[in-house]
Design a protein around this ligand. Structure first.
Ligand code: GLT
Ligand code: MN
Ligand code: MN
Length: 389
């Protein structure tokens, strides 16, 4: 079986991912900055579907309008030649010193206004390149010392910015959906709206909630010690999984952004199974974005090895998940669970249904004594993952 990626797999990479020069808080870059047009060409070559970017990944901060237009038209041509698209764009609201206290939530109103203005321009750029999803990662929207502002005020500022920007999109007639990306910490001590769950509630308080969903990232939810699969499932169940950032991460570390599947293979397997719907349920139809970068030990060749590895692992896991769900032993165990309730709870309470339930008789001890065979189920899953079934 071939695990070669095709455009139909919808695999995407950010300019900042395969273009990552390997800088870290302790060391200088180990790889040269890459020309975005070359990245587009390479991505086309290895079978990716698209390339995502921050405004500044493509158009260097401080470029003139003329330079900007030239860079954008060269990049469009490069994408076209490579046969790839730009499905997602975002704003860099974290690198420039002006954002040291955050962007939309900063205490200085000039910083907040500048951040929203920068985002409007970055949205124009994204739309010009064909983006349909706009990501908001509040990298510096947080604190080290919470005495600096009331966190409730921060939420009001964040909401104000998003409401203003959905309004801007409508006014411009942009076909753009927003995807909010949570992270618990780093680069700030604590970042507001730290998990996908926090984001999902926050969205319900916005002026145009229908335009806004989430962009969960494996590393970020794992940093918080949470089940990524559960967070993604909740987003899918309420129709809010607009985008996804795939990578690898170990609990309790800095944001590692490792090659997809290189850590916690079991979570990666269960994630692909969920996204692909091999166990039933709706499939996720959006781009599979790898927000990851190559180890700092790598040269240019290692970078493209890393990118191919992300896609190949995803495709292998998809085949493994299909095989697992088609396995008669798995089906037999899963058939012991049934979706059908004894009383139709999902239809809500009624006097009749209440009475129906009251009349039921349960032998709690007899129910509890039955083994559920999850050990067997998990072992079979492990064997599928290891490729021996
Ligand atoms: C940054 C961050 C990522 C976000 C990107 C989008 S920027 O690299 O670590 O998780 O998805 O702003
Ligand atoms: Mn991310
Ligand atoms: Mn990350």
């Amino acid at each position: 079986m071939s695990f070669e990626p095709t455009r139909n797999d919808l695999f995407t990479f950010g300019l900042w991912t395969v273009g990552n020069p390997g800088r870290d808080p302790f060391g200088h870059p180990v790889r040269e900055a890459q020309d975005p047009c070359r990245i587009a060409a390479k991505l086309g070559e290895i079978g990716a579907y698209g390339v995502n970017l921050h405004d500044e990944d493509l158009v260097p901060f401080g470029s003139s309008a003329v330079e900007r237009d030239r860079i954008v038209s060269d990049f469009k041509k490069a994408m076209e030649d490579a046969g790839i698209v730009c499905p997602m764009a975002t704003t860099n609201l974290f690198s420039q010193p002006i954002f040291k206290d955050g962007a939309f939530t900063a205490n200085d109103p000039r910083v907040r206004a500048y951040a929203i203005q920068k985002t409007m321009a970055a949205m124009d750029l994204g739309v010009e390149l064909g983006a349909k999803t706009y990501v908001f990662w509040g990298g510096r929207e947080g604190t080290e010392s919470d005495a600096c502002r009331d966190p409730r005020e921060a939420l009001k500022r964040f909401r104000g910015a998003l409401d203003f920007l959905t309004g801007y999109c409508e006014d411009q007639g942009y076909d753009l959906r927003f995807a909010l990306e949570a992270k618990p910490n780093e680069p700030r001590g604590d970042i507001y709206l730290s998990t996908t769950g926090h984001m999902l509630h926050f969205i319900s308080t916005l002026a145009k909630p229908e335009r806004v969903g989430v962009n969960p990232e494996v590393a970020h939810e794992t940093m918080a010690g949470l089940s990524f699969v559960h967070g993604v499932a909740q987003a899918m169940e309420c129709g809010k999984l607009f985008h996804i950032d795939l990578n690898g991460q170990r609990i309790g570390r800095y944001d590692q952004d490792l090659r997809f599947g290189s850590e916690d293979l079991k979570q990666a397997f269960l994630l692909v199974r969920l996204l692909e719907g091999t166990a039933g349920g709706a499939r996720y139809e959006g781009p599979r974005h790898f927000d990851a970068h190559a180890y700092r030990t790598e040269d240019d060749e290692g970078v493209w090895e890393f990118a191919r590895g992300c896609m190949r692992t995803y495709n292998i896991l998809r085949e493994r998940a299909k095989a697992f769900d088609a396995d008669p032993d798995v089906q037999e165990i899963l058939a012991m669970n049934t979706d059908a309730d004894l009383v139709d709870f999902r239809a809500g309470y009624s006097k009749d249904r209440g009475a129906e339930l009251r009349a039921m008789d349960f032998d709690a001890a007899a129910i509890a004594i039955k083994g559920l065979r999850y050990e067997r189920l998990d072992q079979i899953m492990t064997e599928h993952m290891m490729g021996v079934r």
